[in-house]
Design a protein around this ligand. Structure first.
Ligand code: NAP
Ligand code: ZN
Length: 338
């Protein structure tokens, strides 16, 4: 049975219907019948070949929820009929230092769901079963799909950088990742400031758990937050005034990037030295961390606020995200595409 998907045939081109034969299922593989797939901004970077790693035809999609419909003979962790999620990562070597310590997201030989592999803007996707994670019952599929990349990417830094409940946390960008970061940091117990360029997101950011909202496009905004944060998470896919953000950290504060800037980052060394500050980054999260994040989300009723488009309207959906009009994650409804 062919897989029915939507693919970009070249960099920046609109997506068009595309079919492919998935071939024999691998020993450790599962085939997931997709019901929902979120549109992460990384899909847009990949369609546009911003990172120089895309190959075409390119089927985006790495915020998948669906049902396991087939599995290889070596698969023991999930069964046919299970509702699972698949994120950015679709495989790893399984034997390196990072894989054996449940840090597969740091494996040098990892594979990605939609890089050199056909992703989730499709009726089916196949991955190594270790990267198909069961979804807890309390989470609705359409709201859970964005947790598989957006959610885990902002949850992991709270854990690995030891963010504590008494800390002041700034979240730059209230988009797909950012609106989830506000919710996690708030549930974590932190004092949360949403740093946004969109005034019309203020009310919802506060409703999602932010204690403060700062419009960073106003001239005095960065002076207002000078010396305020213990931890800043930047979820923005653009270049910012990084020096101003370093200045908004308290001593020992960390500026953590998960959003991918367009250019190299430059900032003066002195504030890092004098304030013992750090600049760091974080990629997605391991399967164990994804399971933990999903349980945490179900327990704290954290979910993505979504707008839904049928898969056939994927180009309209992508335009909506590119225009920064999504509130806050666009999710494609995939059932019935064939
Ligand atoms: P998104 O939904 O498009 O949201 C990005 C937000 O950033 C926008 O809503 C906007 O928020 C703000 N923004 C956009 N352009 C801006 C600009 N020029 N200046 C200032 N702010 C701007 O994107 P997303 O899906 O959350 O992804 C964000 C980034 O994270 C992308 O670069 C993506 O590739 C990256 N990412 C990284 C990982 C990882 O593992 N590290 C995983 C997933 C995604 P306001 O309107 O509030 O200003
Ligand atoms: Zn993503």
């Amino acid at each position: 049975m062919p897989v029915h998907a939507y693919a970009a045939q070249s960099a920046k081109s609109p997506l068009t219907p595309f079919e492919y034969e998935p071939g024999e299922i691998g020993r450790e593989e599962v085939e997931v019948r997709v019901s929902h797939c979120g549109i992460c901004h990384s899909d847009i970077h990949l369609i546009d070949n911003d990172w120089g790693i895309s190959s075409y035809p390119m089927v985006p999609g790495h915020e998948v929820v669906g049902t396991v419909v087939r599995k290889g003979p070596g698969v023991a962790n999930v069964n046919e009929g299970d509702r699972v999620g698949v994120g950015w990562q679709s495989g790893s070597c399984g034997v390196c230092e990072f894989c054996v310590h449940a840090e597969e997201n740091l494996c040098a030989s990892q594979s990605a769901t939609c890089v050199g592999h056909y992703g989730g803007y499709a009726d089916c996707v196949r991955v190594d079963s270790r990267f198909a994670i069961r979804i807890p019952e309390g989470l609705a599929s359409e709201n859970a799909a964005p947790l598989l990349c957006g959610g885990i990417t902002v949850y992991t830094p709270l854990r690995v950088y030891d963010v504590r409940p008494n800390m002041s946390v700034g979240v730059i960008g209230v988009g797909g990742l950012g609106h989830l970061a506000v919710q996690y940091a708030s549930a974590w117990g932190c004092e949360v400031t949403a740093l946004s360029t969109s005034d019309n997101k203020q009310e919802e950011a506060l409703a999602l758990g932010a204690n403060h909202f700062v419009n960073t496009s106003k001239p005095d905004a960065m002076a207002l937050v000078a010396g305020r944060f213990d931890f800043i998470l930047s979820t923005v896919p653009a270049d910012l005034d990084w020096s101003a953000y370093l200045n908004s950290l308290r001593p020992k504060g960390k500026l953590c990037l998960v959003g991918v800037p367009q250019s190299e980052i430059h900032f003066p060394g002195f504030p890092l030295i004098a304030g013992q500050k750090s600049v760091c980054g974080s990629p997605i999260g391991s399967p164990a961390m994804i399971s933990e994040m999903l349980s945490f989300s179900a327990r704290h009723t954290i979910e993505a606020r979504t707008e839904r488009f049928p898969l056939e309207k994927v180009n309209d959906a992508l335009a909506h995200v590119r225009a920064n009009r999504a509130r806050y994650r666009v999710v494609l409804d995939v059932a019935g595409v064939a």
